[in-house]
Ligand binder design. Sequence first.
Ligand SMILES: [Zn+2]
Length: 92
Amino acid sequence: MERKIKGKKLAILFHETYEKLAPKFNWITREASRNFDETSANGKLMIAVCNKIFDQVAIIKRDIKTACADYHPQMQGKQNFCETCGADIRFE
Ligand SMILES: [Zn+2]
């Protein structure tokens, strides 16, 4: 359930930001889709895309954490982020 909410929040943020910025790029969005509709096919697709993005971000964060732990073990237990590589992670 939490995963679904995260995807929905990102989809809404993306949609609202897209609509807000569109005129600055001389892009005219469709009147019918100016309001985000989570029940429409487009809304469901956007939420699904955002959930996939969260999945990929989680994988990337895990890879960064693994690499940082391998290369910078001296940082474990000292910080909430690695001062050496800048990884914003919490060591266990
Ligand atoms: Zn590091």
